[in-house]
Unconditional design. Structure first.
Length: 39
C-alpha cells in the first residue's frame, strides 16, 4: 500500500527531491528507490 501511495504522491508533484522537476515519473521513482536500504 505504501508503494501505491508513493506513486500517487510523485504524480501529484508532492515528492521533494533535488532536481525532480526535470525528471520523468519513472526517473523520480527509481531515484527514490535508490535511496532506500533494506536492513
Amino acid at each position: 500500500l505504501a508503494g501505491i501511495e508513493l506513486m500517487h504522491m510523485i504524480r501529484k508533484g508532492q515528492l521533494m527531491l533535488e532536481g525532480c522537476n526535470e525528471m520523468s515519473f519513472a526517473e523520480q521513482f527509481y531515484a527514490l528507490a535508490g535511496r532506500i536500504r533494506l536492513a
